[in-house]
Design a protein. Structure first.
Length: 372
């Protein structure tokens, strides 16, 4: 039994530390996941809490795992783990049954699990947690109570600073498809021979006040006594989906600029603001000024947003505003505004508004570009 307790402690500690760390690397991604859940359960009024809850959750998970694994305030850590498991195990069962959001986000974007995989993972973890919880009275302190609490407090402070660093300067590890070095067009290709999504399509027709569903093999295409009402397509088998499958950029006039941007032989800087109204106006105007400098030095500059046309029009200033899907922009970069530098369709750099290189750095990029 002692050996099993040690194994349980190691597994619980490592899993919770890992879960907390990957969320802290990308706290904004976890906040987006909270937003998805709030929307799915009609709790949109809680959206403003998404980021604070993201940081609170990852910190709690990390400290719980750290405490259990290192034995500093281990009883407290076991209590934290038990509370989290008691809350999330039934919640993940509900998610598995209803599937309002396809990926629970328990390991951020580092590892994707289905809701059923998450539920069974939690069943294993809560079983191990019960073993630790039942035997918690046998645990003794390593240092004095004050000493151990001091260690925990320092760990909490450092971990929160780590989260805030990633929030301000972009994740130190990019788990998303738009990584530096990626050629976007290549990540959009579907290989030959792979299985694609399969759908079951049904048609709803009505005759004499009676509605009936038909499939593709027996729908009354030539029977004019039936009136077409609706069509439904249900995904029956998930097929291959390329890492980047939703990268579409259109101009403010509706022109598709995707291929133009990806095939351009030179440097292009994309200023990304998923919602202009949600960004600090000074940062937005600083970006505009930066864009003018880039254009004057031979670097193409585009502003990508999912804001409404009225809001975009209010910023009309001669720069190239473009539209893209909001989820795509969130996936491209975890900052508002954020910047992606492309060269020949390859991501050469990514920065948040806080660590964008100075103008002189960009000015030095024009020589190799002009030599082409």
């Amino acid at each position: 039994m002692k050996t099993f307790r040690i194994i349980s402690r190691i597994i619980i500690g490592i899993v919770f530390i890992f879960s907390g760390v990957v969320k802290a690397i990308d706290p904004l991604g976890s906040a987006y996941k909270f937003h998805d859940y709030f929307q799915a359960f009609n709790l949109g009024f809680l959206d403003s809490l998404s980021l604070p809850l993201s940081i609170l959750l990852c910190t709690t998970e990390f400290i719980a795992g750290f405490s259990v694994l290192t034995a500093f305030r281990q009883k407290t850590g076991i209590w934290l783990v038990m509370i989290l498991m008691v809350i999330f195990t039934p919640l993940t069962l509900i998610l598995a049954l209803t599937n309002p959001v396809s990926d629970c986000g328990c390991f951020g974007d580092a590892i994707h699990l289905t809701n059923w995989q998450t539920f069974w993972k939690n069943i294993v973890l809560i079983s191990l947690t019960i073993v630790l919880f039942v035997n918690r009275r046998q645990i003794k302190n390593i240092f004095s109570t004050a000493g151990e609490w001091s260690i925990i407090a320092i760990a909490i402070a450092l971990f929160i600073l780590f989260s805030m660093y990633n929030l301000r300067f972009l994740p130190i590890i990019d788990f998303l498809p738009y990584k530096t070095g990626v050629k976007i067009a290549e990540k959009m290709v579907v290989p030959e021979g792979v299985k694609v999504d399969e759908y079951k399509t049904t048609f709803i027709y009505e005759k004499a006040g009676i509605r009936k569903e038909f499939d593709l093999n027996n729908y009354p295409a030539d029977d004019t006594t039936w009136k077409f009402i609706d069509q439904k397509s249900v995904l029956t088998r998930k097929g291959y989906q390329p890492p980047i499958h939703d990268f579409v950029i259109t101009s403010s006039t509706g022109e598709d600029l995707t291929q133009k941007i990806l095939s351009y032989h030179g440097y292009s800087l994309l200023m990304i603001s998923k919602k202009l109204s949600e960004a600090d106006k000074n940062r937005i105007f600083d970006g505009f000024e930066f864009g003018r400098y880039c254009i004057s030095n031979g670097i193409d500059f585009y502003i990508l947003t999912a804001s409404g046309s009225d809001e975009v029009t209010s910023y009309e200033n001669g720069l190239q505003f473009c539209y893209a899907d909001e989820t795509t922009l969130k996936t491209m970069i975890r900052a508002n505004p954020g910047y992606i530098l492309l060269r020949d369709g390859i991501i050469s750099g990514k920065w948040s508004w806080a660590n964008l290189p100075d103008k002189e750095w960009f000015g030095r990029l024009t020589l190799p570009t002009n030599s082409k």
